[in-house]
Design a protein around this ligand. Structure first.
Ligand SMILES: Nc1ncnc2c1ncn2[C@@H]1O[C@H](COP(=O)(O)OP(=O)(O)OP(=O)(O)O)[C@@H](O)[C@H]1O
Length: 266
């Protein structure tokens, strides 16, 4: 689906990503993890074509990502950011309709009437009762659900998520991730998500890529990547790694009062 080879990015003299190889096959869910400043968002921006690499290349369905027009890309790929929607005067329904932009002609019309599709998404995301509310009247959790609705309306083959659960409480984190998981199961979309929460990443992603100082420090199944050695070395903590009692996913625990060293290097 998407392949990056020898990817690098520098801002002026500073190199923030170097020599990253990455490939996501159709239908896979990848998690990109790593400490603050390790280059996760930069990698996602390069994969989405929002930023251009200073080394290497990204190919989407066999073609250089930069060779597609924005509208062509939007028919294949959707990006959902940490706070997916800024507060605005648009209603939830209007925001979902905006997701249909890649399928509209220059008059803003589609071949097929999308209203049934939009109603189905509103219903699925429990947004029907909020459909006519303005985005700035919603809570953070509701707003993130509307943002998910917008990318669902876009019907991409590839979904990129940049820390989508950061501002959500634990219930809404689970709900959001379950909605993405259900959507993937049903439609076979490929998902690449930057996640800070290692335990969410371990439970939802098939594969993880861990970045450290702008390089790929490991990749593979969650249990191959979330090892004590990796976590100790890359995050500079002494973790306890346990198995989730229900699904066996590795879960990373911290121990209060165990922090090492200073944060001066930040
Ligand atoms: N536009 C920019 N100009 C200069 N430096 C940048 C720019 N964007 C990112 N950087 C730098 O690149 C490095 C990696 O940033 P990036 O946001 O990709 O990291 P991250 O792993 O997503 O971090 P976090 O977990 O804190 O969100 C950081 O040191 C950041 O300061």
């Amino acid at each position: 689906m998407i392949t990056a080879h020898g990817l690098g990015k520098s801002f002026g003299e500073t190199t923030v990503l170097s020599d990253v190889d990455f490939s996501a096959a159709e239908g896979e869910w990848w998690g990109i993890i790593g400490p603050n400043g390790s280059g996760k968002s930069t990698l996602l921006h390069l994969l989405s074509g929002i930023e251009k690499p200073t080394a290497g290349s990204v190919r989407l369905l066999g073609r250089e990502v930069g060779s597609y027009s924005r509208k062509e890309i939007a028919r294949m790929m959707a990006v959902l950011q940490q706070e997916g929607l800024a507060p605005s005067g648009f209603t939830v329904r209007e925001v979902l309709e905006m997701g249909r932009y890649p399928f509209q002609n220059w008059l803003g019309r589609e071949h097929e009437d999308p209203s049934e599709r939009i109603e189905a998404i509103l219903n699925r995301l429990d947004l029907t009762l909020l459909a006519d509310k303005r985005i700035d009247e919603l809570s953070g959790g509701q707003r993130q659900r509307a943002a998910l609705g917008k990318v669902m309306a876009q019907e991409p083959a590839l979904l990129l998520l940049d820390e989508p659960t950061t501002y959500l409480d634990i219930r809404y984190q689970q709900r959001f991730m379950d909605l993405v998981a259900g959507w993937r199961k049903e439609s076979g979309i490929t998902v690449i998500s930057v996640l800070h929460d290692l335990n969410l990443a371990a439970q939802y992603c098939d594969r993880l890529l861990i970045l450290h100082n702008g390089t790929a420090a490991g990749r593979g199944l969650p249990e191959e990547v979330l090892t004590e050695d990796n976590i100790r070395h890359i995050f500079q903590i002494d973790p306890a790694i346990v198995r989730h009692p229900v699904n066996g996913a590795p879960q990373v625990l911290i121990t209060a009062g165990d922090a090492r060293g200073s944060l001066k290097e930040d």
